[in-house]
Write a protein that binds this ligand. Structure first.
Ligand code: NAP
Length: 243
C-alpha cells in the first residue's frame, strides 16, 4: 500500500520522544494527525506543532493504561475527523501504539509486583485494549505499529536487565500476533517494531539513533508493509527481529 493513499494517523504518547517525532514527521508528510497524550494542557511541543499545522493536528487526551480513557477518545474521534474534505471520515489509516514506560534499577532479589503491573498495563495490555476499542474506527487495510523493543526478544536476551520492561514487551509481541489474526480479514497489517536504541528520555543520551532517523525508518517500513508481514517483529530498518 502506498503512503500516498493513507491519510489519518493516530499516535499514542505523542508529547515527547519518539511519539512526538512521529507526529512531527507525519505532518511534514501531509497526514492528518491525532496526537494523544496523558496531559494535553502540558504538551507544549505538541501544542506549538498544532499552531504550525492548523487543522491537521488534533491533540486529544489518552492514558493507554485506562480503558475508560480509550472509550472517551473513541467517542471524541468523530468530532475531530468528521466534516473533513475526505471520502472516509472518521477513519484511521495508521495507528502508532507508541506510549511506553521503562522502570530502571530493578535487581534480582528485590523485584516487586508494582513495576510489573504498571509495565504490563502500559506496554502490553493498554495497546491491545486500545486497539480493540479503536478497531471500528480503523480503515480497511490500515497499518498498526506496536512500538516494541529488542529487549522483548526472548532469543536475544543474554543478561538480567530490565525485567518488567522486557516481559511487557514480550507480551506486546504476543498481543501483536493476536491482533494480526483478529484484524487480518479486514486487510489490516499489525507489526511489532523495534525503533533501535534511540536518544530520548527513555533511551538516554548515549542512544545510537536520533529520533528523526528512527521515525523516518519506521514510517518507511510502514509504507511498505504487505499482508505477508502481518504479525511480524521488525526493526526500524525493516529487518526481522527474532522472537
Ligand atoms: N528510546 C529507545 O531507545 C527505545 C528502544 C526500544 C523501544 N522503545 C519504545 O518506543 C516507545 C517510545 O519511547 P521513547 O523513547 O519515546 O520514550 P519516552 O521518551 O520515555 O516517552 C514515553 C512516552 O510514553 C508516554 N506514556 C507513558 N505512559 C503512558 C500512559 N499510561 N498513557 C499514555 N502515554 C504514556 C509518555 O507520556 P508522559 O510524558 O505523560 O509520561 C511519553 O509521551 C516506547 O514504547 C518504548 O518502549 C524506545
Amino acid at each position: 500500500m502506498a503512503t500516498m493513499s493513507l491519510r489519518h494517523a493516530l499516535v499514542t504518547g505523542a508529547n515527547r520522544g519518539i511519539g512526538l517525532g512521529f507526529a512531527r514527521q507525519l505532518l511534514v508528510d501531509g497526514w492528518h494527525v491525532v496526537a494523544t497524550c496523558r496531559q494535553p494542557g502540558r504538551a507544549t511541543d505538541l501544542n506549538m506543532l498544532a499552531g504550525e499545522h492548523p487543522g491537521r493536528l488534533h491533540v486529544l487526551p489518552l492514558d493507554v493504561a485506562e480503558p475508560k480513557s480509550h472509550a472517551e477518545l473513541v467517542r471524541e474521534l468523530p468530532l475531530v475527523l468528521d466534516g473533513r474534505d475526505d471520502d472516509r471520515p472518521g477513519r484511521i489509516d495508521l495507528l502508532v501504539n507508541n506510549a511506553g514506560v521503562l522502570h530502571s534499577g530493578e535487581r534480582f532479589g528485590s523485584l516487586s509486583a508494582a513495576n510489573f503491573e504498571d509495565s504490563l498495563r502500559i506496554n502490553a495490555i493498554g495497546p491491545l485494549l486500545f486497539t480493540q476499542s479503536l478497531a471500528p474506527s480503523l480503515s480497511e487495510g490500515a497499518r498498526i505499529l506496536n512500538l516494541s523493543s529488542r529487549l522483548g526478544s526472548i532469543t536475544l536476551t543474554t543478561r538480567f536487565g530490565t525485567p518488567s520492561y522486557d516481559i511487557s514487551k514480550a507480551a506486546l509481541n504476543m498481543a501483536t500476533v493476536l491482533l494480526a489474526r483478529a484484524l487480518e480479514e479486514r486487510g489490516i497489517v499489525v507489526v511489532a517494531i523495534s525503533p533501535g536504541w534511540v536518544r530520548t528520555d527513555m533511551g538516554g543520551s548515549d542512544g545510537e539513533v536520533a529520533v528523526d532517523d528512527a521515525v523516518a525508518g519506521m514510517l518507511q517500513v510502514a509504507s511498505r508493509l504487505q499482508p505477508v508481514d502481518n504479525g511480524r517483529f521488525l526493526d526500524w530498518q525493516g529487518k526481522l527481529v527474532p522472537w
